[in-house]
Design a protein around this ligand. Structure first.
Ligand code: BTN
Length: 240
């Protein structure tokens, strides 16, 4: 596998986008020690201080329609959870849509972007940010963020964690290309604390309370309210 390593970058996503346009091989990974302009979802910033985390972007070129790209975010979440478990023994869980939490605090963020025409994907760029050895966080996020070392009580080898995530990713990606999304969806649901319990989904049009039944093929959350109506949730903040 081709790995592009950089000391300090604005964002590994930006570099991966450029490499993808230059038609680099599928599976190329960009990883940096520090990002000074790390990007989160919804236009947020992603805190990426030097030497403490895994800041990486992966370039994939799957032959699937663009509407299926979100499935790869879910696949990445499963790979990260399994890889972290293999490397550290820690059990994380997924909070829909794609936060990875350790004891209720955010450990990993995943950002999927793509270069595509309406009917064809050119590249999917999956950005993964993992808090590994931070001992403290900025005030704005210190109540909600955690790192592997804060949980383990010792520093964790970043290269080992990254290797085991990549090994899991490769296996799952092959399974995905061969058997489709269903087996991945089942693994995802098994790791998702959101599924199988009562939650409140705060959407732009109001809060809905109910039982989280699962996700659809597109990663849409299915919420059954107390009248038995199933709501499809496309975007929301979830409270338990
Ligand atoms: C989120 O908002 O939860 C997603 C955060 C994604 C962060 C990663 S770090 C590596 C890659 N490069 C970026 O600029 N962002 C992603």
């Amino acid at each position: 596998k081709h790995v592009v390593y950089e000391k300090s970058v604005s964002s590994t996503q930006e570099i991966a986008h450029r490499l993808a346009r230059e038609k680099v091989a599928e599976g190329t990974i960009v990883v940096a020690d520090e990002q000074v302009g790390g990007k989160g979802r919804l236009g947020r910033a992603w805190f990426s201080p030097i030497g403490t985390g895994i800041w990486m972007s992966m370039i994939l070129k799957p032959k699937i329609p663009p509407q299926r790209a979100p499935q790869l975010t879910l696949l990445a979440a499963v790979a990260v959870i399994r890889g972290i478990h293999a490397a550290t023994g820690l059990h994380c869980d997924i909070k829909w849509p794609n936060d990875i939490l350790l004891k209720g605090k955010k450990l990993v963020g995943i950002l999927t972007e793509m270069q595509a025409d309406p009917d064809q994907i050119h590249s999917v760029i999956i950005g993964i940010g993992i808090n590994v050895n931070q001992k403290n966080f900025p005030d704005e996020i210190k109540e909600i963020a955690t790192s592997l070392s804060l949980e383990k009580g010792e520093d964790v080898n970043r290269a080992l964690v990254m290797q085991s995530i990549m090994a899991e990713f490769e296996q799952l990606y092959e399974l995905f290309l061969k058997d489709g999304f269903l087996p991945i969806k089942q693994m995802w649901e098994a790791h998702a604390t959101t599924i199988g319990r009562r939650i409140t989904a705060r959407t732009v049009s109001g809060a809905i309370e109910g039982f989280a039944k699962g996700i659809t093929e597109d990663g849409v959350l299915l919420l059954e309210d107390d009248f038995g109506t199933i709501h499809k949730i496309y975007s929301a903040d979830i409270d338990f």
